[in-house]
Write a protein that binds this ligand. Structure first.
Ligand code: FA5
Ligand code: MG
Length: 515
């Protein structure tokens, strides 16, 4: 019998940082400044070593009407808890919901079944073990994941429901959209809560003509529309070391057919999004030249940059081979989705060993940002009418879609905070590692303090200096916090007061010593 333990061992564990982070490092792309996630992977140690950053834990928490007992693993801030009821993907005319609908239109029923109401509270088993994450995978760390208690967490990705949906085997494919939660860096494309859409497609070798799975998949591929988008894809269908075929289960022809179907399906989706974005920009430009009322109004949005898309090899514990799709956006490659050929162990464990297929996971905000030219991920959580009114009526009439017109750009205010890490964690929450009294530091703990204190008034936080004292070995860091509100100009007094509270929070909760 193939039990959960077997899954973990039959899959292909690789000790690296969380999916995208590890790949960012491996590919050696050039982020605009030192990304926090880079050194997080380097300094994180065992999964359980991360320090809690919430000082007083409630005994129970209520999420969407259900009560959960907490324990010492609990690390969900009240700010994040409050967002569990928002469900932006289900709010009529919200850009996240509109994006979901557009993607659904590319994956039609009845082949694809849609699921949009799965609860965000899942077990560690569902989120990690069922997908073959090794026990020491950094994604399980409390520095990266919001735990309710040792066995229960806020899902970090929609793949948490994959095993269950494979087992249900209710259709040839599915799309599932939901809110997901990650302790992550603070910048314009990362938020601790965001929305993902998971998609999967399966074929059953006992149900295809002559048992020829590759031929059946290629026949389905031939039925998909073509597109004329230029896509960079220098990757082979699989690669023995970098991106292996599951040779025990799939023939090269089967894996290549699944990969081709997967890539075409996702390219069609990106093409649909960009065609709509282009049409919206053209309509806005046309209106700006003809309408007297807009002549003196805000400048019309410029046409989106010509679309550049590329496939890069990736790694996920639950797919092989795997890829990510990146789109060139605002001068840099932006990763929009991860995908691959599903690990056969998942199908076997789900009781459907004769099935094989693909799966993908996409960030809805990232796509909505491209679709509507929304410049900052924080805007999605805005209840400001100046934001929401721009999308009203669009869900029912997509032709009425227009790029987002920023209602203001308030000045940025940069403040630095420099500190020594605590020695051995006294007064703080770190743990001693090594022989020189350096604490096990997690940048996400700092991000969490900043978010708790200053909320959406912070646009981004960057590590600008990190050194060890040559004699004492003591580690010093400097972070630059960019305070910029989305809806008002912050006064100096307000910013200083907020920054003082951030500094105080860092001292009290992380035990750092300000320099
Ligand atoms: C995953 O979450 C995998 N579960 C995706 C997957 C599914 C792979 C099925 C294979 C098969 P990743 O961590 O890369 O992978 O996230 C997927 C997408 O979510 C990213 O490409 C990005 O678009 C989005 N995303 C990730 N982190 C954030 C964040 N903090 N804020 C906004 N969007 C994010
Ligand atoms: Mg990724």
């Amino acid at each position: 019998m193939v039990g959960p333990r077997c899954i973990a061992s039959t899959l292909w564990p690789r000790a690296n940082g969380r999916f995208s982070t590890a790949l960012l490092l491996r590919r050696g792309s050039q982020p605009r400044s030192l990304p926090v996630s880079c050194w997080r992977a380097a300094y994180s140690s065992a999964a359980a070593s991360s320090a809690p950053t919430v000082t007083t834990n409630p005994k129970t928490v209520e999420i969407n009407g259900s009560k959960y007992a907490t324990d010492s693993w609990f690390n969900v801030s009240s700010t994040v808890l409050a967002l569990t009821s928002r469900k932006l993907h289900l709010q009529k005319d919200h850009p996240v919901a509109i994006t979901r609908k557009i993607i659904e239109s590319v994956f039609p029923a009845p082949t694809y079944k849609y699921y949009n109401e799965f609860d965000p509270v899942v077990s560690t088993f569902e989120n990690f073990d069922s997908l073959g994450f090794p026990p020491d995978h950094p994604g399980r760390a409390r520095s990266d994941t919001y735990y309710i208690n040792k066995d229960t967490l806020l899902r970090t990705h929609t793949s948490a429901h994959e095993a269950e949906l494979f087992r249900a085997s209710a259709s040839g494919g599915y799309l599932l959209s939901a809110d997901v939660y990650r302790r992550d860096e603070v910048d314009r494309s990362h938020y601790p809560v965001f929305h993902q859409m998971e998609g999967a497609r399966v074929w059953d070798r006992t149900k295809v003509p002559n048992g020829d799975l590759a031929a059946a998949i290629l026949a389905d591929l031939a039925r998909l529309p073509e597109h004329n988008m230029k896509v960079e894809d220098p990757n082979p269908p699989f690669h023995a070391e970098r991106n292996p075929l599951q040779a025990d289960h799939h023939t090269p022809a089967e894996a290549a057919a699944v990969a081709a179907h997967l890539k075409r399906s996702l390219e069609l989706m990106v093409n649909e999004i960009f065609s709509r974005a282009k049409a919206a920009a053209a309509a806005a430009a046309a209106a700006a030249t003809t309408s007297p009322s807009t002549k003196n109004g805000p400048p019309a949005q410029t046409e989106p940059e010509p679309l550049r898309v590329r496939w890069v090899e990736a790694y996920f514990p639950f797919t092989s081979p795997s890829w990510e799709l990146e789109v060139f956006y605002q001068g840099d490659w932006l990763e929009v989705l991860g995908c691959g050929v599903s690990q056969q162990a998942l199908h076997i464990h789900a009781g459907v060993p004769s099935q094989m297929g693909w799966a993908f996971g996409i960030g809805l905000e990232r796509i909505a940002m491209l679709l509507f030219q929304i410049p900052d991920i924080r805007l999605f959580w805005s209840r400001d009418e100046r934001f929401l009114s721009q999308f009203r009526g669009v869900e029912g009439r997509l032709e009425g879609m227009r790029p987002f017109v920023p209602f203001s750009k308030h000045p940025a205010c940069y403040k630095d905070v420099s500190f020594w890490l605590s020695r051995g964690g006294e007064g703080g929450t770190g743990t001693r590692t090594g022989t020189r009294g350096v604490v096990d530091w997690h940048g996400n703990d700092l991000m969490e303090v900043v978010r708790d204190v200053a909320g959406d008034c912070v646009e981004d936080v960057r590590l600008v200096d990190d050194f060890a004292h040559p004699k004492t070995g003591r580690r010093s860091m400097c972070y630059r916090i960019n305070y910029r509100s989305l809806d008002k100009t912050l006064t100096n007094v307000e910013t200083n007061e907020m920054h003082d509270r951030v500094v105080k929070g860092l001292v009290e909760r992380l035990g750092v010593e300000i320099r």
